[in-house]
Design a protein around this ligand. Structure first.
Ligand code: ADP
Length: 327
């Protein structure tokens, strides 16, 4: 029996941070290593065009994101790992799906409202239509499961709607995609711990996987702790959550107990956490640097991934073309 197909992607809009890692990448690596799935992981460079990066920044960041995902454990021998724009089926299927999707359905998407509010000067049509490209990303490979968080459910429902609208018009071809709702921690910003850790908040808010020990230490020193709300403060909870993820159980238990007893010293907590994070990504930093010094090797990995992905994508597109009556 063939393995269920899983697909996921990430935009090349910044260096990976510990929120991306704990919320997405770590889970991908675990799914990949379980051997239970046929995995596709892609760098969503076409999606990033809806944002505000310059061409130069984008080109550079695609390579960095590729190097970082490989360094974090994505293994091209186990996962079809590629850059979205290197497989032309994504844009072609996107167009076919555009023509079966009602504009009103797109306008309902809450993420469109959020994203437009974030870049008022650049409300391009792509911000409205990118969930259609997401549907194409998934259905091009006959994806069966998509690892997502609660906030992406609406888009996955739209993917299934689009598949159904296509099937109703042209004959049953696409099957339903199911969410793989994984229990993932939501990492909060270091400086504003009521907000999700996000690179869009600024450098001081995030710990990047590539950050050196001194940088991690300096960022954590400035992290907000229990200034007002006492020990239950969100900043403290966030640091304890991170400690749980990155340090030994013993260290986490000690600080959790200290917190309960009211004897916790935030300076010590921050030092222990900085050490744990830095240690967790020592190997990552080394591999990242290696991939970035050998760009030819990196490109070869990506080209091979795109070639494998294209084989599957071309088969889907041949069927889609036949069904819609074009050559
Ligand atoms: P950012 O908000 O920094 O731009 P993205 O939106 O590109 O990050 O997110 C990429 C992936 O990382 C998504 O799967 C998202 O759910 C996950 N992710 C991002 N930030 C966090 C966070 N703070 N906590 C948990 N998961 C996160």
């Amino acid at each position: 029996m063939s393995k269920p197909v899983i697909i996921s992607g990430i935009q090349p809009t910044g260096n990976l941070h510990i929120g991306n890692y704990l919320g997405a990448v770590k889970n991908w690596v675990e799914l990949q290593n379980s051997g239970k799935y046929e995995m596709y992981i892609f760098i969503a460079d076409l999606h990033s065009l809806t944002g505000t990066q310059t061409a130069e920044e984008r080109g550079k960041q695609i390579k960095i994101t590729a190097a970082e995902l490989l360094a974090a454990g994505i293994d091209p021998k186990k996962t079809t790992f590629f850059v979205q724009s290197e497989v032309d089926g994504h844009t072609e299927l996107n167009w076919v799906f555009n023509t079966v999707t009602h504009v009103a359905e797109l306008e309902r998407m809450t993420q469109f409202k959020d994203k437009s509010a974030h870049q008022e000067k650049n409300i391009n049509a792509g911000l409205l239509t990118y969930p259609i490209l997401q549907a194409a990303d998934i259905l091009l490979y006959k994806g069966e499961m998509v690892p997502i968080g609660q906030d992406q459910i609406q888009h996955l429902e739209l993917t299934n709607d689009i598949g159904r609208w296509f099937n109703n018009r042209y004959g049953v071809f696409f099957s339903e995609v199911k969410p793989l709702l994984t229990k993932i921690p939501k990492v909060m910003s270091l400086l504003e711990p009521t907000k999700k850790m996000s690179k869009s908040l600024g450098q001081g808010h995030v710990v990047e996987l590539a950050d050196e020990s001194e940088v991690i230490e300096a960022k954590l020193k400035k992290a907000v702790t229990a200034t007002e709300g006492g020990a239950d403060a969100p900043g403290v909870q966030n640091l304890l959550l991170l400690l749980k993820e990155f340090s030994d159980a013993k260290v986490h238990t000690k600080f959790t107990e200290d917190e309960k007893n009211g004897t916790i010293r935030y300076g010590d907590l921050k030092t222990a956490l900085a050490e744990a994070i830095s240690k967790a990504f020592t190997d990552f930093r080394k591999k990242r640097a290696e991939y970035l010094t050998d760009e030819k090797k990196l490109q070869k990995v990506l080209d091979q991934g795109a070639k494998s992905a294209k084989k599957v994508a071309d088969q889907t597109m041949a069927e889609v073309r036949r069904l819609v009556g074009i050559k």
